[in-house]
Design a protein around this ligand. Structure first.
Ligand code: 5GP
Length: 194
């Protein structure tokens, strides 16, 4: 699986600068459903024996990957909202502050208390891991619910940033399908050798 994603990044990804990879043509704006189903299959294969009860992601760019993973695990997925809907009651939600890597703003993410409980074993899924703020916000939500975190599944990890270390320091397993060692607009992407 990792090879399919790496090949696609090499073919269609755009290195905007040494910190941002644009994957709008297959992952973040236009979406290749076959590729996404392969990502979901890879996460499901890895975590299938771990009694995951729900997949959790953050809107919007994690939703399709979480959907594919949840479908393959045959469980529901939940997406944290970046703007509380009027249907969400203030006291009825878990919240966490997340600083956006790409937009430079902080937002409050919310998940209804109805959809994560202390009985749950949660697999967190996201498209990118950079500084780890999105994943740590989701981890905070799971911990507020006294649920168990089984692990974090990431499509594209920028291994030159601090996210993996911050999650591993929390004792959390991280599975990333493509690990980027460095990026350069002139020469493209270099991968971590595994
Ligand atoms: P973190 O919270 O780990 O700093 O950043 C992860 C979030 O920022 C992801 O949900 C993703 O949407 C966005 N992100 C971080 N780095 C990149 C990048 O290089 N390219 C794109 N397209 N999104 C990124």
């Amino acid at each position: 699986m990792a090879q399919i994603l790496r090949d696609r990044i090499d073919k269609d990804g755009k290195v905007l600068n040494d910190r941002v990879l644009k994957v709008d043509s297959f992952l973040n704006h236009q979406v290749d459903p076959h590729l996404i189903m392969s990502l979901g299959q890879a996460f499901a294969d890895h975590f299938k024996d771990r009694q995951v009860t729900k997949v959790l992601t953050l809107e919007a760019s994690g939703i399709h990957i979480a959907f594919a993973t949840a479908l393959r695990l045959d469980i529901p997925f939940v997406f944290a909202k970046k703007r509380p809907a009027s249907t969400q009651q203030g006291s009825g939600v878990y919240t966490a502050e997340v600083e956006s890597f790409t937009r430079g703003q902080t937002c409050s993410i919310t998940v209804s208390k109805d959809y994560i409980t202390s009985e749950d074993r949660i697999l967190i899924i996201d498209d990118f891991l950079a500084a780890g703020n999105a994943a740590l916000g989701l981890i905070s939500v799971v911990r507020q619910a006294n649920a168990e975190i089984v692990g974090v599944g990431i499509a594209v990890e920028k291994s030159f940033q601090t996210g993996r270390k911050r999650l591993e320091d929390e004792g959390i397993e991280v599975l990333s399908l493509a690990r980027l060692k460095s990026m350069d607009p002139a020469t493209g992407v270099e991968y971590v050798k595994e």
